[in-house]
Write a protein that binds this ligand. Structure first.
Ligand code: IFM
Length: 719
C-alpha cells in the first residue's frame, strides 16, 4: 500500500532488546515464522536450547495413546552455533554487550544482532536474518555475517538438524519418532535427517547445508538423533564473514520420497544467492500486505497491534492444502496439540474470506473432507446429518466424546462460515459442489438435537454449553439456539438453491432424504425457543441465568489466575468466561435491534472475565457497532496485545482466534462493515475519537475494494 509511507518503520517491528531466558519461550512464539505449510518457532539460532525449539508441518499429526492425536514437533533445524578459537558464542557464559532481535513484519523476516564478549575479552558481532519461504513452502534460511570486532582467530560455524532436543517436545511429551536416520550428503551437499511418525507412519525429511564466503574445511558429526555440519575458517579483525544455512523439508504427505525431494530442493536452493531468495520472499510478503494491511493513523500503538495480528494470521494461510486447517495455537507451538477448534470458522476464516479467498476455501474444504467423520459423530448420538467435533486434527472424529453437555455450536459455526464465504465470494462452484451439502448436513443435525417442549410449545436444546465455558450443561443457550435456527433455515435455502441448479435430486438420493424435508427444517426453525428479552430488553443467556448470583467480573484478576477450580467456583454466578450472548448479537447484527444489542453489551460486558482470548475482540466489535466506541477501543487494544502485553502467556503458541478477532473488530466493528439487503457491503464507521484514518482492502465477489475512512467521511472505491 502506498499509504505505508505515512507510517514509521516502528509500526512494522516487534523487538526484543534484552535476552531473558525466562521469557525465551514467549519470544519464540512471537517470533515464529510460518508459511501455512510449516511454522518455525523463533528460537535463538546460536543457543536454541535456551528455549523450546519447535518446527511444525501442518497435518503432521501422530496418535497418542489414551489421548488426543497431536501435531508433532519435528527436528529442529534452527541451530547455527559459532565457536571462536575455542570459545562458544554462548550468551549464558560470556558478556552480551548488545542484544537485539526483531520481527520485521513487512518483510516476513526475523533479524538478530548480538555483540558478544567471550571469556578472553574479545568481541564478536553476530548479525543474522531468517525466513521461512512464503512463496517457497519447503525453504528455510538463516543468513548473515560474523565480525570479529577486535581480534583475528580461527572460527567454526556448525549447522545442525537436531531430533534429540525435540523428541519429547510435542504436547504430550511422548516421542513420535521412529526409524530416525541421520546422514552426510557430502562436501558441498549438506546433511540430512529423516524419520517416520510412529502412529501415523508419515515420513519426514529435512536436509540442510551451510556455506561461508571464506575458504573453509568441513567436518560432519552423525549421531543417532542429530547431524551437524561444521565449517572452520580464518577470521580477520574487523572483516565480516558472510554465511548462510539453507534448509529444505518434505513429508510423505507431499511426495512419495520426501528424502529424495528434500535433497533435490536443497540443491536447487543452494544455487540461488541468499539475497535473491530473500528478495523474492519480501516481494511475496508485499503482495500479502497489499491485500491485507489495515492502516490506522493517529495511533501508532494500535497500528502495530493491527499488523502483529494480521502478520501472524496471514502467515498461516494455505490455499494449497485442503487437508489441513488452523490449530488454535497456529503453527507457533505445541499448545492444544495443534488441534482445530471452532476458533477457525468463527474467528479466522473471515479474514481469509475477505483478503485471500482461496485460503478460506481450503479451510472450508478441510471440513468438507471430514464430513464422513462428522456424520459418524452425529450417528453416535442418534442424530441425523453431521456433527463436527469439538476438536479436529487429520480426522474429524470426536475424541473422548461421552454425551451432550458440552458445546455443539461448532457445527453451526461451520455452516455460518460457509454461508459468509459464499456470500462474499460468489463462489458458486464451491457452493454447489460442497458448501450446500455441508450446510444441509449440519442443519439436519439439529433436527435430532432439539426436543419438543410441550410446556414451552417450542423446540428446546438441553444439556448444552454456549461459548461461555463456566456454565456447562445448561438449557437453551440463546447463542446456540439461534445458530441452530440459522443453520436449519440456511439448509432449507440450500435445498432451494440446489433445486434451482438442478443438483438437488442427486444429493437427496445420495443422502437418502425425502424431497420435502426442507419443509420440516423450516417448521422446526420457526419454533426454536429463544430465551426471554423481557423485562430487561435483551436476551437472558440461558434458562434461569438471571436467577444466578449477580456478580461483576473481578478486573484485578489476571487470565492465568482463572484455573479450572476458580472457573468452577463461578458457576453459580453470572460471571462469564467469554463473549456468549454478545457473540450472538455480533454474528447477527441485522436480526436484533441496536438498542437490544447495546443493552446486552452494557449488561454482559462487566460480567465477563475475558479470561479467554476469544472474548475481547467480539465485545470490541459489538461495542463499536452499537456506539460504545471508546469502551470498544479499550477492549480491542487489550485483546490485540494479548500475546505481548505484561500479562501475556503464549509459550505454547499464538492465540490464533484472537488474531482473527482483532481483524474482525477493525473491519466489522470500527469500520462498521455490513452486508446490505441488495447483497453488497456498506460501511457505518465508528472510529475511536483519536483515530485520524482507518484504511484497508477487502475482496468482494472477485473485486478488490479499498475502504478509506476518516472521522466524518469515508470513501469506498474499487481497485
Ligand atoms: O475454542 C476455545 C474456547 O472457546 C475457549 N478456550 C480455548 C479454546 C481454544 O482456543
Amino acid at each position: 500500500m502506498s499509504d505505508d509511507a505515512l507510517n514509521t518503520d516502528q509500526d512494522w517491528l516487534m523487538e526484543e532488546s534484552t535476552c531473558n531466558p525466562l521469557k525465551m519461550a514467549q519470544w519464540e512464539t512471537l517470533f515464529t515464522l510460518a508459511n501455512g505449510y510449516c511454522g518455525l518457532r523463533g528460537s535463538l539460532e546460536t543457543s536454541p536450547l535456551l528455549g523450546d525449539p519447535g518446527f511444525f508441518v501442518a497435518g503432521v499429526f501422530d496418535t497418542v495413546e489414551g489421548g488426543k492425536d497431536e501435531l508433532v514437533n519435528l527436528p529442529a533445524w534452527v541451530g547455527l552455533e559459532l565457536n571462536m578459537g575455542g570459545f562458544d558464542l554462548d550468551i549464558t557464559e560470556g558478556e552480551v554487550l548488545n542484544y537485539r532481535r526483531r520481527l520485521n513484519m513487512r518483510s516476513g523476516t526475523l533479524e538478530c544482532k548480538i555483540d558478544y564478549r567471550d571469556p578472553a575479552g574479545r568481541t564478536t558481532r553476530w548479525e543474522s536474518k531468517r525466513l521461512v519461504g512464503i512463496n517457497k513452502p519447503h525453504l528455510g534460511m538463516i543468513w548473515g555475517t560474523i565480525t570479529p570486532l577486535d581480534y583475528s582467530d580461527k572460527a567454526t560455524l556448525t549447522g545442525s538438524i537436531d531430533a534429540w532436543s525435540t523428541k519429547y517436545g510435542s504436547d504430550s511429551g511422548q516421542n513420535h519418532y521412529e526409524d530416525l536416520e541421520a546422514g552426510d550428503l557430502g562436501e558441498g551437499e549438506g546433511i540430512e535427517l529423516g524419520l517416520k511418525t510412529s502412529g501415523t507412519g508419515i515420513l519426514v525429511a529435512e536436509a540442510a547445508r551451510i556455506e561461508i564466503e571464506e575458504e573453509s574445511s568441513r567436518s560432519v558429526r552423525v549421531e543417532d538423533d542429530l547431524v551437524a555440519e561444521s565449517l572452520s575458517f580464518q577470521m580477520k579483525e574487523g572483516i565480516p564473514v558472510s554465511f548462510s544455512k539453507k534448509v529444505s523439508f518434505f513429508t510423505s504427505r507431499d511426495v512419495a520420497d520426501p528424502a529424495e525431494k528434500a535433497r533435490k530442493k536443497l540443491k536447487a536452493f543452494a544455487k540461488l544467492p541468499a539475497e535473491k531468495l530473500a528478495e523474492e520472499h519480501r516481494r511475496e510478503w508485499a503482495k500479502i500486505w497489499a491485500d491485507s494491511d489495515v492502516v490506522i493513523e493517529g495511533d501508532p500503538r494500535a497500528q502495530k497491534a493491527a499488523r502483529f495480528n494480521i502478520f501472524h494470521l496471514a502467515s498461516l494461510g494455505n490455499s494449497r492444502d485442503d487437508r489441513v486447517s488452523l490449530g488454535a495455537k497456529g503453527l507457533h507451538g505445541n499448545g492444544y496439540k495443534g488441534q482445530v477448534f471452532w476458533d477457525t470458522e468463527q474467528y479466522m476464516v473471515p479474514f481469509f474470506t475477505y483478503t485471500c479467498p482461496e485460503a478460506a476455501k481450503a479451510l472450508l474444504k478441510y471440513r468438507y473432507n471430514l464430513l464422513e467423520d462428522a456424520r459418524s459423530n452425529a450417528a453416535r448420538v442418534d442424530c441425523p446429518g453431521a456433527r463436527f467435533p469439538w476438536n479436529s486434527s487429520f480426522h474429524g472424529r470426536e475424541e473422548q466424546f461421552k454425551a451432550f453437555g458440552w458445546q455443539d455450536h461448532q457445527t453451526a459455526d461451520v455452516a455460518y462460515a460457509v454461508d459468509s464465504y459464499v456470500r462474499a465470494t460468489g463462489d458458486r462452484e464451491f457452493y454447489l459442489d460442497s458448501g450446500a451439502e455441508m450446510i444441509i448436513e449440519t442443519g439436519r443435525f439439529w433436527t435430532g438435537r432439539v426436543e419438543w417442549d410441550a410446556d414451552k410449545r417450542a423446540y428446546v436444546i438441553t444439556h448444552i454449553t454456549g461459548s461461555d465455558e463456566i456454565h456447562t450443561s445448561i438449557e437453551n443457550n440463546a447463542l446456540t439456539n439461534y445458530l441452530a435456527r440459522f443453520n436449519l433455515l440456511r439448509a432449507a435455502r440450500a435445498v432451494q438453491d440446489l433445486r434451482e441448479a438442478g443438483r438437488w435430486d442427486k444429493l437427496r438420493q445420495r443422502l437418502g432424504l425425502e424431497d420435502d424435508e426442507d419443509e420440516n427444517w423450516r417448521a422446526i426453525a420457526k419454533d426454536i425457543y429463544m430465551t426471554s428479552t423481557e423485562p430487561q430488553g435483551f436476551h437472558e443467556q440461558f434458562d434461569s441465568f438471571f436467577e444466578l448470583e449477580d456478580r461483576m467480573a473481578d478486573r484485578s484478576m489476571k487470565p492465568v489466575e482463572y484455573t479450572g477450580k476458580v472457573l468452577g467456583g463461578l458457576e453459580e454466578t453470572q460471571v462469564n468466561k467469554q463473549a456468549d450472548t454478545a457473540l450472538l448479537y455480533y454474528l447477527f447484527p441485522d436480526d436484533f435491534p441496536d438498542e437490544m444489542r447495546r443493552k446486552g453489551f452494557d449488561y454482559y460486558e462487566p460480567r465477563t472475565a475475558h479470561c479467554s482470548s476469544l472474548s475481547r475482540s467480539i465485545y470490541a466489535a459489538l461495542g463499536a457497532q452499537v456506539g460504545r466506541t471508546e469502551e470498544a477501543y479499550r477492549l480491542w487494544l487489550k485483546g490485540a496485545e494479548v500475546d505481548y502485553d505484561e500479562e501475556a502467556s503464549c509459550d505454547g503458541g499464538i492465540h490464533a482466534a484472537s488474531l482473527g478477532g482483532a481483524w474482525q473488530a477493525l473491519v466489522f466493528g470500527f469500520a462498521g462493515m455490513q452486508i446490505n439487503n441488495d447483497g453488497s457491503p456498506v460501511f457505518e464507521p465508528n472510529l475511536p475519537s483519536h483515530w485520524k484514518r482507518l484504511c484497508f482492502r477487502i475482496q468482494w465477489r472477485g473485486e478488490r475494494m479499498k475502504v478509506d475512512l476518516r472521522p466524518g467521511t469515508g470513501d469506498v472505491s474499487s481497485q
